[in-house]
Design a protein around this ligand. Structure first.
Ligand code: SF4
Length: 257
């Protein structure tokens, strides 16, 4: 393995650790507060700003020309050439989302990786295969759910999307949620949870809890499959999370029938 690849692997592992356990062990908070460049793992200041902004538009899709789309096809046709943020510059394909347009369950990840960018579909690489297995383990077919990401264009070198990029792209995902009207959402990884819920906690503190989106849709959070590929010892905890998610799904559906 080349030195650059080893270095990248090490960086990814450290970033995973920060995502799961928070950044206190790695960087003193006062240093983070003065590090304006640190956009990926935000300081408390930044998160506060995000939360305020989130509160303002959390459940609105905005007044753009696409926001009155009546179905996913119409929405796709209106936004697939989007150039609202810098991520459009390097994309091969815009990755809208895929799956059942009437799904009871939505699965939300961070953003497209290399394979997703190449094919124009979410979760089709190694992490995607693992996601398919995870869903199968809790008795969901991949085609039964709807899968989308916080950002629809691949960030360079698979970096975490910047807050501005997430803020710019998020209204599209919110419109997809509005059109699909799922009963439950599973967020994969901290970026998805932060983007959708506006939370500033670590993944460890978000896991195992049930959140409400728009006062009607239950949301749970677990690991991103890419993190599980790098840290297979987290699979056991992910398994607990998804079993709880399935239990919640069964409860909600049985009340409706
Ligand atoms: S990431 Fe989202 S907002 Fe940015 S260019 Fe792509 S579709 Fe547009």
């Amino acid at each position: 393995m080349s030195f650059t690849k080893q270095k990248q692997n090490l960086i990814n592992i450290l970033l995973d650790q920060i995502e799961i356990f928070g950044d206190d062990l790695f960087i003193p908070k006062n240093e983070l507060l003065s590090t304006k460049q640190n956009k990926t793992y935000s300081s408390d200041n930044q998160v506060l700003k995000i939360s305020e902004k989130e509160e303002n538009f959390l459940f609105e899709s905005g007044n753009d020309f696409w926001s009155n789309s009546n179905d996913l096809n119409e929405l796709y046709s209106k936004i697939n050439t989007c150039t609202k943020c810098g991520l459009h510059k390097n994309r091969t394909h815009f990755v809208f989302g895929s799956g059942n347009p009437n799904a009871d369950v939505m699965v939300i990840g961070e953003g497209p990786g290399a394979e997703e960018d190449k094919q124009g579909l979410p979760f089709v690489g190694r992490a995607g295969m693992l996601l398919t297995d995870i869903l199968k383990a809790i008795k969901f077919d991949r085609d039964e759910v709807y899968i989308a990401n916080i950002v629809k264009c691949r960030p360079p070198d698979n970096r975490t999307p910047f807050q501005e990029e997430m803020d710019t792209c998020l209204p599209y995902l919110k419109k997809q949620i509005e059109l699909i009207q799922p009963k439950l959402i599973l967020c994969l990884g901290l970026t998805a949870a932060k983007g959708l819920l506006g939370k500033k906690d670590s993944l460890a503190s978000l896991r195992g809890k049930i959140f409400n989106y728009n006062n009607s849709i239950k949301v749970m959070v677990t690991f991103h499959p890419a993190a599980l590929l790098r840290n297979p010892n987290w699979k056991r905890d992910c398994w607990k999370d998804v079993q709880e998610f399935r239990k919640l799904y069964d409860e909600i559906i049985s009340k409706l029938n």
